[in-house]
Design a protein around this ligand. Structure first.
Ligand code: FMN
Length: 179
């Protein structure tokens, strides 16, 4: 399948919550790893860590403590942050705020790469942090902050409402717009 153009990937992507029992091809996993490695981070601190889970038993274990993960995805990418490393490599602002901004940016890379390959995806923040940490054997200073489910969707997405452009975007200054 030809990879989708970036804007097409952005506009067609919707969260997937039900999946076929079909593995993710290795080239898609490779592209996701490349996207992670090329994602920017404040001060280039690179304090994040990622655990890619494809083992079915491990996925089922994670699901038990992750109510935000619907269906049975073929893979789950666990986006983790290391506060200690963030402080050492980036300073106070990175430790307090930028490490989460960094994870948000890499999350969008991951879901768009998945979408460009026709692989469904859904971020999830609803999970029990300590349990996920234990299952993945994360060290003390590393915390899971976001899960991203990946898999081939077997359902149509739910309808979605979006705000009007003028409610969300201003030009030049807040709520002033000639466009
Ligand atoms: C940071 C973040 C956390 C989310 N957590 C969950 C979650 O725990 N469970 C869930 O079903 N969806 C979760 N979502 C998916 C949102 O519900 C979804 O993106 C939103 O409803 C818009 O729908 P769309 O992704 O289809 O455009 C999360 C999305 C983001 C960005």
């Amino acid at each position: 399948m030809k990879e989708l153009e970036i804007m097409e990937a952005i506009k067609t992507r919707r969260s997937s919550r039900s999946f076929e029992d079909r593995p993710i091809p290795e080239d898609v996993i490779t592209d996701i790893k490349d996207a992670i490695m090329h994602s920017p981070s404040g001060s280039n601190a690179q304090e994040s860590h990622f655990v890619i889970v494809q083992d079915k038993n491990q996925i089922l274990k994670l699901k038990r403590f992750a109510q935000g993960v619907s269906g049975t995805p073929a893979a789950i990418v666990v986006l983790c942050s290391n506060k200690q490393e963030a402080l050492i490599r980036g300073g106070q602002d990175t430790a307090e705020v930028l490490r989460f901004v960094n994870l948000g940016i890499v999350a969008s890379f991951i879901i768009l790469v998945a979408q460009s390959h026709g692989v469904g995806n859904c971020p999830a923040r609803s999970f029990h942090q300590q349990s996920i940490k234990q299952i993945l054997e994360l060290p003390e200073e590393v915390d899971p902050e976001l899960l991203i489910s990946l898999g081939y969707t077997d359902q149509k997405p739910r309808p979605k409402t979006i705000k009007s452009v003028t409610e969300v975007i201003s030009h030049e200054r807040y709520n002033y717009s000639e466009n």
